[in-house]
Design a protein around this ligand. Structure first.
Ligand code: COA
Length: 258
């Protein structure tokens, strides 16, 4: 896959998507968002890809936000469309992928950058990472899901504080607050995420996709997550992975999933 603003590489069955605009601290402009959509769609439809890691290029930033220069002159209609389209093709899209997505937060994750990390299925940060939703300092609010996903991850009070103060928190604070699962030395960040992805890749991708659907159901309005869990649990019984997983257990061997 050839792109202008992102790099997609693959190590065995793990894909690494790197946002590559280091001189702009990997800020998300329209082109980058569109390229990410194409990359994620392509990787999702590749059965060989068992997990995706998303990160930023350079040592300074994961993503320092949406590209402010692109929307500074927008009016209300354009602003609404910016958020609607971005949520549809990137942020909700990533959250609802069947392939697990790990955000390797390697520096500033601000505004749309933190929103992208939060749309991923979980996050690991380097110890120099700084996270925040500074939108109100620009006279706008988070528009790529930040007002919804941040309270889900850190609770309403901390989310209110982070959004109202527009401040940044450290990687250690983010871990304490449940926003990231681990904090690593910068050079260890990608190898550690690759290890996690590799562990994930040994499990049933059909069952993982079903688990993502059931977990996400809890965060979807008017959907009963328990009912979705029952449905997805039942559907598992009809899959080849279920036959292989249970047979392998009974035969005292490791499963070999498709
Ligand atoms: N949109 C567009 N360009 C951005 C950007 C963004 N969100 N974040 C950084 N950049 C650009 C800067 O304009 C600068 O470009 P230039 O060299 O052409 O002037 C380049 O990236 C480097 O950023 P700079 O501000 O010089 O780095 P710094 O180390 O002094 O500060 C930050 C780093 C992250 C604190 C600062 O860049 C910042 O506050 N960025 C905006 C964060 C934000 O508000 N994000 C939410 C957007 S909704």
């Amino acid at each position: 896959m050839n792109f202008e603003n992102i790099i997609v590489s693959q190590k065995e069955n793990i894909a690494i998507v790197t946002i590559n605009r280091p001189t702009k601290l990997n800020a998300l402009n329209k082109k980058t968002i569109e390229e990410l959509h194409v990359a994620f769609s392509t990787l999702e439809s590749d059965a060989h890809v068992k997990a995706i890691i998303i990160t930023g290029s350079g040592e300074k930033a994961f993503v320092a936000g949406a590209d402010i220069s692109e929307f500074a002159n927008f009016n209300m209609v354009e602003g609404t469309e910016l958020a609607r389209q971005g949520q549809k093709i990137l942020f909700d899209f990533v959250q609802n992928l069947s392939t697990p997505v790990i955000a390797a937060v390697n520096g500033f994750a601000l505004g749309g950058g933190l929103e992208l990390a939060m749309a991923a299925h979980f996050r690991v940060a380097s110890n120099n990472a700084k996270m925040g939703l500074p939108e109100v300092s620009l006279g706008v609010i988070p528009g790529y899901g930040g007002t919804q996903r941040l309270p889900q991850l850190v609770g309403k009070g901390k989310a209110m504080e982070m959004i109202m103060t527009a401040g940044m928190i450290s990687a250690e604070e983010a871990k304490e607050w449940g926003l990231v699962n681990y904090v690593m030395e910068q050079e260890e960040l990608l190898p550690f995420c690759e290890k996690l992805a590799s562990k994930i890749s040994r499990n049933s991708s059909i069952a993982i996709a079903a688990a993502i659907r059931a977990i996400n159901a809890n965060y979807t309005n008017c959907v009963n997550g328990f009912a979705v869990e029952i449905e997805q649990f039942g559907l598992s019984f009809d899959t080849s992975d279920f036959k292989e997983g249970t047979t392998a257990f009974l035969e005292k061997r490791k499963p070999d999933f498709a």
